[in-house]
Design a protein around this ligand. Structure first.
Ligand code: PLP
Length: 368
């Protein structure tokens, strides 16, 4: 970047977010759903886009009312919690939803916090909104210790607390008790908004509850979801949030006018109408995840318990060498998380087998 530009000092030398991309046969690095949408969904999405195309001279529905009603009905079905459109908000991916949360509730003189290891985008929302950033630590088992969290919150009085559950890159789901404790800890200590990022919620193991069940009576709680992972809709860019109507109204103030295109609204609605088909593969992916954890452990590796569509495994004295050797073998995984760990997304059975075979070969030969 040219030093002649009046760049904000905190952006000097910063690189755009992005996982390394490579054209190799097996891509298991960004937690996508490995299955493209089923033909019935492709047809429905195509029809919806064509219908929306006929009115593209007009601006779209600014508040995406119909889409939010559809999201409310889907999320009510997933969680058993009755929700209305007024409690839902949608944007271009959950990343935009969370940036809007920081735009509304962060800002100069304010602080946001999370607990590491966690999603690498959180500090970027803080940076981009001039919000101070504080990072606590997760416990050894990658859960959030409520006592340590309360201590951090008491000192820094954050106006936004970001909790990923299931967490990326560890796969760890937080218990409702932990979310409740963190919420209670913010009361009188900044009275911050507690954001539970449930990007991987549909992959949680049976019996693991969603924080949506905690919304009643907690006006500062927001639960963020996305269609990017379980719904196999990462390219559609649709993320959403459930929270109190007052919290949603605050996001309506900061959103750009007509932020969600008519095409996006139409295709997301068409996809949601086929939620059952889109989510069909989730059960299979969960089963593959659990089988892969068993296989990795049987091979002598440590694997973090996962409620997501990926596994964090290790540890390796030189993880970069392992990552590189895997890439050379045609398998792209992710070098992320605490030192020594690697992350692999769950793919198709063929991709999973290719990953396990390549890893076994790499470990047999040894890395430099
Ligand atoms: C993938 C992911 C998201 C989803 O981002 P979108 O903008 O909805 O595609 C959000 N949070 C976490 C922790 C993720 O890993």
């Amino acid at each position: 970047m040219s030093s002649a530009l009046p760049l904000r000092p905190e952006l000097v030398g910063q690189l755009p977010y992005g996982a390394p991309r490579a054209s190799v046969p097996v891509v298991l690095n960004v937690n996508e759903n490995p299955y493209p949408p089923a033909p019935v969904v492709v047809t429905a999405v195509g029809r919806a886009a064509a219908a929306a195309a006929a009115t593209l001279n007009r601006y779209p529905d600014r508040d995406a009312d119909d889409l939010r009603a559809d999201l409310a009905s889907y999320l009510s079905g997933d969680t058993g919690v009755v929700l209305t459109a007024a409690q839902l908000w949608a944007a271009n991916g959950s990343n935009e939803v969370m940036l809007q949360l920081l735009q509304a509730f962060g800002g100069p003189g304010r602080t946001a916090c999370s607990f590491a290891p966690t999603y690498s985008m959180y500090p970027e929302y803080a940076r981009d909104t001039n919000t101070a950033w504080v990072l606590g630590q997760r416990a050894e088992d990658f859960t959030v210790d409520p006592v340590a969290a309360a201590a951090l919150i008491a000192v820094h009085r954050p106006s936004v607390v970001l909790l990923a559950s299931p967490n990326n890159p560890t796969g760890t789901a937080l218990s409702p008790d932990t979310v409740r404790s963190v919420y209670d800890a913010t009361a009188g200590n900044g009275d911050g908004v507690v954001v539970v990022d449930e990007a991987y919620a549909e992959f949680r193991r049976p019996g693991v509850p969603s924080a949506v069940a905690l919304l009643a009576g907690r006006p500062r709680l927001a639960v963020v979801r996305t269609m990017s992972k379980a719904f196999a809709f990462a390219g559609g860019r649709l993320g959403y949030l459930a929270g109190a109507p007052e919290l949603v109204d605050a996001l309506r103030v900061v959103r750009l006018p007509y932020h969600l295109s008519a095409i996006t609204q139409a295709v997301a609605r068409a996809a949601l109408a086929h939620a059952d088909v889109l989510l069909e593969r989730v059960v299979e992916l969960r089963t593959s995840r659990d089988a892969m954890a068993v296989a990795l452990r049987a091979a002598g590796l440590t694997v973090a318990d996962s409620d997501a569509n990926f596994l964090l495994f290790g540890t390796f004295p030189d993880r970069h060498a392992v990552w590189q050797s895997m890439l050379d073998a045609g398998v792209l995984i992710r070098e992320v998380g605490p030192p020594g760990w690697l992350r692999v997304s769950i793919g198709t059975p063929d991709e999973n087998r290719a990953f396990l075979d390549a890893l076994a070969a790499v470990r047999r030969v040894g890395t430099p």
